[in-house]
Design a protein around this ligand. Structure first.
Ligand SMILES: [Mg+2]
Length: 234
């Protein structure tokens, strides 16, 4: 059956792991305080603060208390929805100012274009919010890549090591799982996608992992590649 859709992970797959961990997160940790002190009166920010106050019990007037809570969540890699919204706002401002660009491996854009020309729909599945994913590909170091993608999936689909998550993604794309290829650097994600019926490809980026490609190939049923150019779609 022809593969009609390709779903891909970001970190360790289209992109290096370092950018999110070493650039985006530390930036939001450093700037969340100044950002909230400056923008707390603006409607979008004020709304998030009300929800945050409701969910944490920290009084709305205690902005510094809320900042301390948010900073702790960033350090603990806590996936709170209000934190994600605020991080999206902070990153958007920084991307627009040209303070950084999102990393994409150089083999990726051309291969994605080729797949698009073959009339395959491309999707992203990652734990960053949909907004953060869109910012990422809008301000990539290969330019605005948003037109390559038909859609974005985030943690609202479910846990990334869970079979049902991939069934849900297939239903959202409105294709049988057998017509979808899932590409990731994470074995448990690949196992879950395969269990849901998707085709899979394991990307090993030597820059991001110490895994030995040849050893992995011997041990796994997932096809293994080190760049998007090696992915066999059909
Ligand atoms: Mg990954």
């Amino acid at each position: 059956m022809k593969i009609a859709a390709i779903v891909m992970d970001i970190e360790g797959t289209t992109s290096g792991i370092g950018f999110v961990q070493n650039v985006l997160y530390p930036y939001s940790l450093k700037h969340i305080g100044p950002f909230l002190r400056e923008h707390r009166e603006e409607r979008d920010v004020a709304r998030v603060l009300v929800r945050l106050s409701d969910s944490t019990g920290i009084p709305l007037h205690d902005l510094e208390g809320m900042i301390r809570q948010l900073q702790q969540w960033i350090r603990d890699d806590e996936k709170d929805p209000e934190l994600k919204t605020l991080q999206g706002m902070i990153w958007e401002k920084a991307y627009k100012q040209g303070l950084f660009q999102a990393h994409v491996y150089p083999d990726v854009p051309e291969v994605l274009q080729h797949w698009q020309q073959e009339e395959r729909n491309l999707y992203v599945f990652s734990y960053g919010s949909v907004k953060a994913q869109q910012l990422f590909f809008r301000y990539s170091d290969h330019g605005d890549m948003r037109l390559l993608f038909s859609g974005y999936f985030d943690s609202s689909m479910g846990p990334r090591h869970d079979l049902d998550t991939y069934s849900r993604i297939a239903s959202s794309i409105a294709l049988p799982a057998q017509r979808i290829l899932f590409i990731s650097d994470d074995r448990q994600e690949l196992d879950a996608a395969a269990a849901a019926g998707m085709r899979t490809t394991w990307v090993i980026r030597p820059q991001d992992t110490s895994l030995d490609v040849e050893r992995v190939r011997l041990k796994t049923s997932h096809p293994v590649v080190t760049s998007f150019e090696q992915v066999q779609v059909d």
